[in-house]
Design a protein around this ligand. Structure first.
Ligand code: ZN
Length: 239
């Protein structure tokens, strides 16, 4: 295996599912048994902010308990032991990468333990409850906090940075995300177009996505640690 200099790791719901989190934007249109249009749209938030806050406060209580699994820990090991610039782009709103002590993490769909002040842009970080009376610690205005979750119809976060990372990476790993749905599909295309070697790690192959050079099937908690061991071993062997 060649030595890589810039690595982008994209993670999706599949990596969190192995930590027992199955409560994400599912294909049946439900999120944690709520209709997506009731809890994950700007219209819903404008109409009934308290209801939306309560949903995320409940989700927070669930996610704060979740523990990272072997796949998250393998990414941290790679960051610690492999001498490349390694960035994580995650579609997950949980904080399992943080709990695994990874760094350079970009939550493109937002993260559960943050609220953003619509008055001043301040990001409040807390696993505690946030509601329609929460006062912004920065501008002192009450009632302007929105869960820092990307709702449907909103732009993904950090996209300029992510685009820059994708254009300069020489290795792109996609873990637990279909690779055929936006934004993952666009990410692998960009990485491939700019010359990266591309891998997907999934339970099943994601159609015949020709942007991926390699398809590694199985639980990421098993396949990823083995892959990381192979990468760190290649440093010593110089092959
Ligand atoms: Zn504020």
């Amino acid at each position: 295996m060649k030595i890589f200099k810039n690595i982008v790791i994209l993670t999706g719901a599949g990596i969190s599912a192995e930590s027992g989190l199955a409560t994400f934007r599912a294909s049946n249109g439900l999120w944690n048994n709520h209709k997506v249009e009731d809890v994950a749209t700007i219209e819903a938030f404008q109409k009934n902010p308290q209801y939306v806050h309560e949903f995320y406060n409940e989700l927070k209580k669930e996610l704060v308990k979740a523990k990272p699994n072997a796949a998250h820990l393998a990414i941290t090991k790679l960051q610690n032991e492999y001498p490349a610039d390694i960035n994580i782009v995650t579609q997950n709103v949980d904080t399992l990468h943080e709990k695994a002590k990874s760094k350079n993490i970009y939550h493109v769909h937002g993260q559960i333990n943050q609220a953003v002040c619509l008055n001043c842009g301040h990001i409040l970080e807390t696993f505690g409850d946030v509601d329609t009376e929460t006062v912004c610690p920065n501008c002192q205005v009450a009632g302007m906090m929105k869960p820092n979750i990307v709702f449907f119809g909103e732009n993904l976060l950090y996209m300029d940075k992510v685009d820059e990372l994708l254009r300069s990476c020489d290795l792109f790993l996609s873990i637990g995300t279909s690779g055929v749905v936006f934004p993952a599909a666009a990410f692998v295309q960009t990485a491939k177009y700019y010359g990266a070697l591309t891998y997907e790690f999934n339970l099943e192959p994601t159609s015949n996505n020709f942007y991926f050079d390699h398809h590694i099937m199985g639980k990421a908690g098993v396949t990823l640690p083995a892959f990381v061991d192979e990468m760190t071993a290649s440093l010593k062997n110089g092959d």
